[in-house]
Design a protein around this ligand. Structure first.
Ligand SMILES: COc1ccc(S(=O)(=O)N2Cc3cc(-c4ccc(C=O)o4)ccc3N(Cc3cncn3C)C[C@H]2Cc2ccc(O)cc2)cc1
Ligand SMILES: [Zn+2]
Length: 328
């Protein structure tokens, strides 16, 4: 079977740092007005992706912190959950993004912490799993959102952590990977969510690190890029999901970092800045964060260090006194 991959033109690129700062600072303004209105349904997450990326390459400086915190507050619901934009419904995805943004700008103590804890706790099911909102769709993505959100607020003990870990374990497959629910196939993004959950819970002993490490290393293609499942095309965001998981498991040397770096740099937009999912596509804040975050794990140039479990600057995780488990 011909292996699906992309062909890189052979110029190893350096990176256009200044243009990435411009791209991130202008996203949502006139240049991207249409796109930003199209993306209203995920705007709180879009702000977390854009602001975290900017923090990493702009020396930790984030402009208009008061305006940002006003926006976060405008999306707060009486139940303690946050919506992606005013007038939308609250959801666990955007509640995590809201807490992450507050931590980035040092304002987490001004959040209604007890109400957020109550919102997240109510989403935990009897089997330890979490739904994304009251409509009840269970997915290991939401286990990660719940544990990351409460851990950032120092309230991890307010949910049943033993049951939460038990559910993640039930989603482990024979290939060492994890899926969205028990029996679902292994997928790079969900493996990151499950290993990230176990890292926050201090239960990486439950992971078969050699079998999973091997499956993750198999994601690297001749282009240097990583895919999320066998036979899929490489994609910059998997540089994060797969590579940060290998980093947590202490096996990031099992892939060729130089080749991964070349793939990521080939996916940057030299004109307008930003990174796309693969070379030649449109850049967006989502792939810009995950490309920069993977480069940060490789200590590329002057990108500030990032925490592999929370996908947040190490300086913020240290300030909060958090120590997510990793296997050295
Ligand atoms: C452009 O098409 C999509 C498809 C899915 C989504 S998503 O919200 O379900 N989601 C996140 C995601 C975001 C973007 C994007 C474009 C512009 C912005 C502004 O900030 O963000 C683009 C893609 C994307 N996807 C889809 C994707 C990424 N790589 C391959 N694909 C198919 C991921 C998707 C699921 C998701 C992942 C992580 C997360 O924290 C939240 C949602 C969004 C746009
Ligand atoms: Zn992607």
């Amino acid at each position: 079977m011909l292996q699906k991959d992309v062909k890189l033109d052979n110029t190893t690129k350096s990176w256009v740092l200044k243009k990435h700062i411009d791209f991130l600072q202008s996203f949502g303004k006139e240049r991207h007005q249409y796109e930003s209105s199209m993306m209203e349904f995920l705007r709180m997450s879009g702000m977390y992706w854009g602001l975290t990326a900017l923090y990493l390459i702009n020396d930790g400086k984030i402009p208009k912190e008061d305006e940002i915190f006003e926006y976060v507050k405008s999306c707060e619901h009486s139940c303690g959950g946050y919506s992606p934009a005013p007038g939308h419904d609250p959801h666990l995805l955007y509640t995590l993004s809201a807490v992450q943004i507050a931590c980035l700008i040092n304002r987490e103590s001004e959040l209604p912490i007890e109400k957020i804890v109550s919102y997240v706790s109510k989403l935990q099911q009897d089997d330890g799993s979490f739904t994304g909102d009251k409509w009840g769709e269970v997915d290991t993505r939401y286990s990660f959102c719940a544990l990351a959100c409460l851990s950032l607020l120092g309230k991890l003990n307010e949910i049943n952590l033993v049951k939460a870990v038990e559910f993640v374990k039930c989603c482990q497959n024979f290939d060492g990977g994890f899926g969205s629910r028990p029996g679902a196939e292994s997928h790079g993004g969900l493996i990151y969510c499950c290993v990230g959950s176990l890292s926050i819970a201090g239960r990486l002993d439950l992971v078969d690190a050699d079998t999973l490490g091997w499956w993750l290393a198999e994601r690297q293609l001749p282009s240097g890029g990583l895919n999320g499942r066998p036979e899929k095309l490489p994609d910059v965001c998997y540089s994060w999901w797969v590579f940060s998981t290998l980093n947590i498991l202490g096996r990031d040397h099992w892939i060729d970092k130089e080749e991964l770096k070349t793939f990521i740099l080939a996916s940057q937009d030299n004109e307008g800045g930003g990174f796309s999912d693969r070379p030649g596509d449109e850049p967006d804040p989502f792939h810009t964060l995950f490309g920069l975050a993977a480069l940060s794990l490789m200590s590329y140039d002057k990108i500030l260090p990032i925490d592999p479990t929370f996908c947040m600057p190490k300086a913020v995780i240290n300030r909060l006194g958090l120590k997510p488990q990793t296997l050295s």
